[in-house]
Design a protein around this ligand. Structure first.
Ligand SMILES: [Zn+2]
Length: 301
């Protein structure tokens, strides 16, 4: 069996309701708790590293205000002044630095143990865990559309990247893999670009929903799927966002799973993975067992 974790950046619980998208409503679904650390709103690399490790930024070390986000001394110096900038402003600054120094910003990687450090686990494009090249492509597209790239070209490139990531997840199901995780930045990039354009945003949500539906049809009886987000996206067409700036990250993180329960918060994902891998696998070697409790119950000495 394989447990697949789809990290759908910025999938917004309120927009799933607003657009009425059943593809995102698996057996269990609903809002989950997320957090903000170095900024006022949840920040992508901080939250996804927490999803993978189960610990906060102060422990996993990947933060928006810290030096680990940036890959060279000049960028580290610049980051002292940019810790509180929005993602798109930061992207513009990143491009400026790239053009003038011929180097680009990178996202730090945690040295903490992650849920993907186990036998037969694979992970692709996970902020704070892998190299993040796909994420940088999506960030570049987000900046390009803000600077005049056509909607057609933006959506084609963004959704072709999304299709590669979903295609990877589908192929994984044909291999001996215990846990597969992939981060997909499509809805965040589209949310920033289309926070005032409900028709276009709904079109992208429906394409991503269709990818989810395709993946679900490929799951075997034993496989499980968890999809979740790190935050949502404030838009100018939801009553709930009347006081929010459009295209800033909302607190409406969302999760949905083929199991009978979803994690309560972004901190609970490694425990959720442990529960659902052990439920069907019977392979508990590499899982952190509550030995005290088992001893009390008399299962071990
Ligand atoms: Zn995000």
């Amino acid at each position: 069996m394989t447990v697949v974790v789809l990290a759908l950046d910025a999938l917004d619980a309120g927009l799933v309701e607003h657009f009425n998208l059943d593809e995102f409503r698996l057996e269990s679904s609903g809002p989950i708790e997320t957090f903000a650390y170095s900024k006022d709103d949840p920040y992508t690399p901080e939250v996804w590293t927490t999803v993978a490790t189960g610990v906060g930024p102060e422990e996993h070390g990947v933060t928006g205000a810290g030096t680990s986000e940036w890959g060279n001394p000049l960028l580290e110096f610049a980051s002292k002044f940019t810790g509180r900038l929005s993602e798109s402003t930061r992207g513009t600054l990143g491009r400026f630095i790239r053009n003038t120094t011929n180097q680009r910003e990178t996202i730090g990687r945690t040295d903490r143990q992650t849920a993907f450090d186990r036998d037969n686990a694979v992970v692709r494009n996970w902020p704070g865990v892998t190299d993040g090249r796909d994420l940088q492509q999506a960030w570049d597209l987000m900046n390009a559309v803000a600077e005049g790239m056509s909607k057609q070209e933006f959506e084609r490139k963004l959704l072709c990247l999304c299709a590669e990531q979903f295609g990877w997840a589908r192929e994984i199901l044909h291999h001996d893999v215990s846990l597969a995780g992939v981060h997909v930045h499509t809805l965040d990039a589209a949310g920033h670009a289309y926070a005032d354009d409900p028709e276009s945003l709904e079109r992208v949500y429906r394409r991503v929903g269709a990818f989810v539906a395709e993946l679900v049809t490929e799951l075997s009886e034993e496989d499980e799927l968890l999809l979740l987000s790190d935050h949502g996206m404030s838009v100018n067409f939801l009553d709930a966002d009347a006081d929010a700036d459009p295209a800033t990250h909302s607190w409406r993180a969302y999760a949905s799973a083929t199991t009978d329960e979803i994690p309560e918060s972004v901190y609970d994902v490694p425990a959720w993975i442990d529960r659902h891998l052990s439920a069907t696998d019977g392979d508990v070697d590499d899982i952190d067992m509550p030995t005290e409790r088992l001893r009390e119950l008399g299962y071990i000495e």
